[in-house]
Ligand binder design. Structure first.
Ligand code: FME
Ligand code: ZN
Ligand code: ZN
Length: 424
């Protein structure tokens, strides 16, 4: 690609980044309007699905020569997480390009407006090179990933529109790596978000007594922290990867009797509460976790109750761990590996994604999905201040997707399309 077309690709990326799609009030209308024009410029068929009012999902199609073959779906989410603008060096929706370093600063530059635009840029290039896919290639730009995807991909996979697409493989987001190798993910941990509430006897702040709400809850905090340490130690010692242990983190602590300027200091409150973000590796024994919760972390004997806010399954609909095979049993895998290699990229060992993505909804219904965001030589800044992606890495990623899309779209006597898979 010429440097002028590279410059145009960068401007288009910046334009997408400048649309404020931060939760909890994303401007989905503006994002969809922008992407609609980009789709037209790339020669793609477009439709908007509004499965839930106010939550548009943009569905694009590049028709294949043999539309009855299983299709490939390139997914990306349009929403981004909130930011604290005053703590950033460049405003999070400026998409400022630092000329010296080549970094483009924006919320969503890594997570994951980069990937959505790279798909589109790769297709533009393939099309102008005269390439025509054998199978249908679909792109989805979905809402609400950052808040759980219930009114996004979860609703989408249940729709008639989705069934009619006959999807055979999904690509979704991954993570950057500091080194030369690209990371790729074949599964992810399942989020369990829950609150634990304690009740207890109120009393004078000077009195030592058993059974206060704080004491009841702090015993749980201690047990939870012991468990957290045991899991973290496995990661620190190198025995396990981040995605292969159960993580537990405190999302909030809430207690005390507020005054206009602070809190009452000599009153032991009768209620206290914590929020936990737990992530479980695929196929982990959830019974043990449930038992730990009921007996150690929130026993009713200590006046505690718990309530789930999110509880994703660690199994797919067949009762198997929701993971995508990354060996010869999955004919898409060697194609993917080969495509990255052919574009000059190196892949690391496939990993379990430590957080959650919309890929889980596809894996849950039995579809293979790879998590991949081509960002090498890049610190992990998803959800962080000063999220950036360098212009060169972004452009390199377009080349990687050109190769991936070309390879996955082309039928060449592989067994990807045998009957059993076509029936999935
Ligand atoms: C309950 S779904 C939450 C999804 C979110 N995804 C990326 O950060 C996450 O916290 O992992
Ligand atoms: Zn994301
Ligand atoms: Zn995210």
């Amino acid at each position: 690609a010429s440097s002028s077309s590279d410059a145009e690709a960068i401007s288009r990326f910046q334009e997408y980044l400048r649309i404020d799609t931060a939760q909890p009030a994303p401007d989905y209308a503006a994002a969809v309007a922008f992407l609609w024009d980009q789709a037209a410029a790339a020669g793609l068929e477009a439709r908007t699905l509004e499965l839930v009012a106010g939550k548009p999902l943009l569905l694009l199609r590049w028709p294949g020569r043999r539309p009855s073959l299983p299709s490939v779906l390139l997914n990306s989410h349009t929403d981004v997480v909130p930011s604290e603008p005053h703590k950033w060096e460049h405003p999070p929706f400026s998409a400022a390009l630092d000329e010296g370093s080549g970094r483009i600063y924006a919320r969503g530059s890594q997570d994951m407006k980069c990937v959505g635009m790279q798909y589109l840029e790769a297709i533009r290039r393939l099309r102008s090179a005269g390439f025509i896919p054998d199978r249908n290639i679909y792109l989805t730009f979905v809402p609400d990933e950052e808040i759980g995807g219930h009114e996004g991909v979860e609703a989408f996979v249940a729709s008639k529109e989705f069934k009619d697409m006959n999807v055979g493989l999904v690509l979704d987001e991954g993570l950057p790596s500091l080194g030369e190798e690209y990371r790729v993910f074949y599964g992810e941990r399942s989020p369990w978000w829950l609150t634990i509430k304690a009740k207890g006897a109120p009393g004078h702040g000077a009195k030592l007594y058993d059974g206060s709400a704080m004491e009841n809850l702090m015993k749980s905090v201690e047990a939870i922290r012991r468990f957290r340490t045991s899991q973290f130690d496995l990661v620190k010692s190198g025995a396990k990867a981040e995605g292969d242990v159960v993580s537990v983190n405190f999302a909030y602590l809430k207690a005390g009797t507020p005054t206009p300027t602070g809190f009452v200091m000599n009153l032991q409150p009768s209620e206290a509460e914590i929020g936990l973000d737990i992530r479980l590796p695929p196929g982990v024994h959830t019974e043990a976790m449930e038992k730990r919760l009921a007996e150690e972390w929130a026993p009713s004997s200590r006046n505690l109750t718990f309530e789930f806010k999110q509880k994703a399954s660690v199994l797919d609909k067949f009762g198997k761990p929701a993971i995508t095979p990354v060996d010869s049993s999955n004919s898409w895998w060697p194609l993917f590996e080969e495509a990255v290699k052919r574009a000059g990229g190196k892949l690391g060992k496939p990993e379990i994604f430590p957080a959650s993505t919309d890929a889980r909804y596809f894996r849950e219904i039995g579809l293979p999905a790879f998590g991949f965001s081509p960002m090498a030589n890049t610190p992990i800044l998803l959800h962080d201040h000063n999220e950036f992606l360098s212009k060169d890495e972004y452009l390199k990623g377009i080349g990687i997707y050109e190769s991936i899309i070309r390879t996955l779209a082309t039928l060449k006597g592989s067994n990807v399309d045998d009957e059993s898979r076509a029936e999935l």
